[in-house]
Each structure stands twice: as structure tokens, then as C-alpha cells.
Design a protein around this ligand. Structure first.
Ligand code: SAH
Length: 218
């Protein structure tokens, strides 16, 4: 293994131990994905050495890659298995989609900023993620053609839960979404079954704005 690769592998192991496992994430699939996905490849070269610290980092276009713990918490909340089809809103750097793609069968990810999507697509193809499908669009509308989804993750803060997304959840489907004002939000988990929609709260968080028809206005 190259020196550089080994350095990042050690940083990754430390990140998982100190910021993820020690804060209560225990789903073995989530931990394995975090050990595997090279987070430093999803940020610019100047930020690579900070990629395994537990804070968000800028990815250009005034957007950020979320802090590792939040990515882990949201992923665990979806309780994914290898047969699941997942919709992600807000591709950004592509890191969260790669984590999902390590665990699930197929990931559909939607981004509204062209430049970010181009970069994410490039890295998905370089890293061989053939189970990630991308689309440039307003993700608050979901992705009807591929619905229903076993899980939906929204990685930008929304004023409410966009109802079209809930409609695209399968029976037994899970969804996580940060809901609140433009500064702080609460992570909401939704579960859909024959009886209806069940909602629980996971805790506070801070995301960039979900901008779209059923989110914030630009
Ligand atoms: N999941 C990302 C973090 C993304 S930050 C990662 O792992 O890096 C939030 C992203 O949501 C930004 O890239 C932003 O452009 C995108 N976004 C905001 N509103 C959106 C919408 N309505 N549809 C699709 N993407 C949206």
C-alpha cells in the first residue's frame, strides 16, 4: 500500500473509533462502509488532511459535505439492507451516496447544482460505483419513475417534510430529513406502513438549505 493511502487509512480508522463508534453508531454495515469509503477523495486537495475530522467541509458553490457523525447517524437511521433501493436528495460531494451504495442495492441521487453533480459523477465512475444513478433536478419532487423507495435521505435542511417524497416511500420505507429554519434543524425520521406515517425526532443538526418547489425559495 502506498504511504499516502496508509496515512489516510489510519486516519479513517481513528475517525470511525473516535467520532462514530464512540458516539453510539453500532450498525456493522455502517461502520464497514465508513472504514472503506475514502472521504478525502470527495474534498479538494487542500482539505484532504482535514477530511477525517468530525466537522463539515466546504465543497464549493456555498455547499458543504456534512460532518462524518451526522452522515453515520442518518445512514444508521435508515436501517439499510443489501436489497434496498435508496433515494438521496442533495448529492453534493457524493460522499453520502458512496456510503449508501456500499450498503444498499441501488442509490438514486438528485442534485440541483450542475457543477457539483459533474464532479460527483466523475468520482463515482473513478471509484467504480455502478449502483449509483444521478439526476440534475429539484429533488423536493422526488424521482417518481423509480419510486417507491425503501429509504429516502434528504441531506439539506427543509422548512417542512415535502409530501411528494413521503408519497414515494414504499410500505415499510424509512426516511430521514432535517426540518427547521435556515440556521438549525431537527433530524426527523419517518416510517411508513399500512397504518400510516410515523414520525420520530433524532436530534439537532445544521444543514445548508433545501432549495426547491417544496423547500426554500432561492
Ligand atoms: N450529501 C452531500 C451533502 C450535500 S450538501 C455530501 O455527502 O456531500 C446539500 C446539497 O443539497 C447541496 O449540494 C445542494 O446543492 C443540494 N440541494 C439543495 N436543494 C436541493 C434540491 N431541491 N434538489 C437537489 N439538491 C439540492
Amino acid at each position: 500500500m502506498e504511504q499516502e493511502d496508509l496515512k489516510y487509512k489510519r486516519l479513517r480508522e481513528r475517525m470511525v473509533k473516535e467520532h462514530i463508534e464512540s458516539r453510539g453508531i453500532e450498525d456493522p454495515r455502517v461502520l464497514a462502509a465508513f472504514l472503506k469509503v475514502k472521504r478525502h477523495l470527495f474534498v479538494s486537495e487542500a482539505l484532504m488532511d482535514q477530511a477525517y475530522s468530525d466537522f463539515p467541509l466546504p465543497i464549493g458553490e456555498q455547499q458543504t459535505i456534512s460532518q462524518p457523525f451526522i452522515v453515520a447517524e442518518m445512514t444508521q437511521a435508515l436501517a439499510l439492507t443489501e436489497n434496498d433501493r435508496v433515494l438521496e436528495i442533495g448529492t453534493g460531494s457524493g460522499y453520502q451516496a458512496a456510503i449508501l451504495a456500499e450498503i444498499a442495492y441501488k442509490v438514486f441521487t438528485v442534485e440541483r447544482i450542475h457543477k457539483l453533480l459533474i464532479r460527483a459523477r466523475k468520482i463515482f465512475s473513478e471509484l467504480g460505483y455502478h449502483n449509483i444513478v444521478t439526476k440534475l433536478a429539484d429533488g423536493t419532487l422526488g424521482w417518481k419513475e423509480h419510486s417507491p423507495f425503501d429509504a429516502i435521505m434528504v441531506t439539506a435542511g427543509s422548512p417542512d417534510v415535502p409530501y411528494l417524497l413521503v408519497n414515494q416511500l414504499a410500505m415499510g420505507g424509512r426516511m430521514v430529513i432535517p426540518v427547521g429554519d435556515q440556521h438549525t434543524q431537527e433530524l426527523i425520521k419517518i416510517y411508513r406502513d399500512e397504518k400510516g406515517i410515523h414520525q420520530t425526532t433524532l436530534g439537532g443538526c445544521r444543514f445548508v438549505k433545501l432549495v426547491g418547489e417544496y423547500g426554500w425559495q432561492d
